[in-house]
Design a binder for this molecule. Structure first.
Ligand code: SF4
Length: 281
């Protein structure tokens, strides 16, 4: 939940989540729609689907008990090597490193290897955590160091507790570090708004793959190029900038969908919420 969302926003949502799904079994038995609704506004909805699928897998393959073996954790949907390392070390005290963006940066700087590959970094991380004898503390310390003193924007080497052994201490060249930029593609979507005082608004469920997978939106048509008009709302994703152009329609809606009196019970992407606030509500 904390990926790209602030702690103060997440906290009440985290508590609500456990009110609604107090156990793995309860989450596994929940309808996908309810899971997505509980995740609404947190973005990256794929994670909600993965957590749901993981809960179902734990019920069907591990009798409802979270597995303790690293390979079994890694096999769960949505869990990669670094997350499996974190869960395994924090919950079961194993010497399995976390290698997220922060930890990679600290390792690269500390070893003075700005171009180290992931393969090399996994090896360095494993050697270090083995040598530490305190895998839980090592993982937490590395994540914390990367999030605070040794961040992407600055390196407070004066305050750093490991500056003596650090190859890069006081010599960080930020420009040289930030090699890869995320390429953002502009897309233009016409959003067909069928509304009716008696029936509400026509919504369709998005396909299970792609942007906003499984969420509910009005019918959307992708345009080949930007129209002359200004988009009513622009929604930014990591790799996409979605320009939304509403089109009020009084024609009978086509395709699989439903009239919805209240959007309360439906998981809508934040971009569509913002658009509806501007044009309908
Ligand atoms: S000494 Fe500076 S560059 Fe090295 S780990 Fe500490 S903060 Fe990062």
């Amino acid at each position: 939940m904390l990926q790209q969302t602030q702690v103060k926003t997440v906290l009440p949502r985290y508590l609500d989540w456990f009110d609604q799904f107090p156990t793995i079994a309860a989450l596994a038995a929940a309808a996908t729609d309810d899971v997505l609704k509980a995740w609404e506004g947190l973005g990256y909805y794929r994670r909600a689907r993965f957590i749901h699928q993981a809960a179902q897998r734990i019920v069907s393959e591990h009798a409802g008990t979270f597995p303790s073996a690293f390979d079994a954790i890694l096999a769960l949907p949505g869990i990669g090597r670094s997350t499996a390392g974190a869960i395994s070390s924090f919950c079961f005290a194993t010497a399995t490193p976390v290698l997220d963006g922060n930890v990679k940066r600290v390792l690269k700087r500390w070893h003075g290897k700005p171009d180290a590959s992931d393969k090399q970094l996994w090896l360095l991380a494993q050697q270090a955590i083995d040598a530490s004898g305190e895998p839980v503390i090592w993982n937490q310390a590395m994540m914390e160091l990367g999030a605070t003193l040794c961040s992407a924007r600055s390196a407070d080497c004066d305050q750093c507790p490991v500056n003596e052994g650090c190859e890069s201490a006081y010599r960080i060249a930020y420009a040289a570090e930030s090699g890869k930029r995320v390429k953002v593609r502009n897309i233009h979507w016409q959003v067909h708004l069928h509304t009716c005082p008696q029936k509400g608004i026509w919504l369709m469920r998005r396909p299970d793959a792609g942007i906003w997978a499984g969420l509910w939106t009005p019918p959307i048509i992708e345009l080949d190029h930007a129209p002359d008009s200004t988009p009513t709302h622009i929604h930014q994703l990591t790799h996409r900038r979605i320009h939304l152009y509403p089109l009020m329609s009084d024609q009978t809606p086509q395709g699989e969908g439903r009239w919805v009196q209240s959007i309360e019970g439906y998981a809508l992407p934040t971009g569509i919420h913002r658009l509806l606030e501007k044009v309908v509500l």
